[in-house]
Design a protein around this ligand. Sequence first.
Ligand SMILES: CC(C)(COP(=O)(O)OP(=O)(O)OC[C@H]1O[C@@H](n2cnc3c(N)ncnc32)[C@H](O)[C@@H]1OP(=O)(O)O)[C@@H](O)C(=O)NCCC(=O)NCCS
Length: 145
Amino acid sequence: MSTQQEGPNIDYSDSRRITVAQLVDLLRRSTLAERRLIEDEACMAAMLKHADILATAWDGERLVGAARSLTDFAYCCYLSELAVGSAYQHRGIGRALISLTESRLAPGTKVILLSAPAAVDYYPKIGFTGHPSEWTRAKRPKTFS
Ligand SMILES: CC(C)(COP(=O)(O)OP(=O)(O)OC[C@H]1O[C@@H](n2cnc3c(N)ncnc32)[C@H](O)[C@@H]1OP(=O)(O)O)[C@@H](O)C(=O)NCCC(=O)NCCS
């Protein structure tokens, strides 16, 4: 699907593929790079390869926003990255990328995410409800003994 919404110059897609270099560049431009393993090319490639939904926003051929999700399409959808380039923020692109993601999900599917500190006030503003008992654990590195 490819649509144009929220301003004349931004195109949205949930089918365009992007490269690791494009993703890393966008993460840098959005400030989210500091919270992702951008130096680990294998990890970044796996993030793209295994994404179930990759919603993207384009200004011409320039990637200006992305929402990457893992989902079963019916019950839950983990929105792992939402990033909009600094020069394009506050133009409704983040909201549009989430809407495009949700358009791929069955009615009632829950979107789940962990907010970056800079975005904790963003999600309640666009209709997300906080949850007091979220738990995460990272698999130990192979070298850990
Ligand atoms: C957070 C982010 C994705 C929002 O995208 P965006 O395209 O700028 O947001 P939108 O234009 O859709 O904003 C919708 C509303 O939220 C507000 N908003 C945007 N960013 C906000 C923030 N960081 N904190 C609080 N409110 C915010 C907007 O002002 C807008 O309000 P309005 O409708 O009253 O004008 C984007 O700013 C970003 O990429 N930030 C850096 C990376 C990051 O922190 N990502 C989130 C990882 S969990």
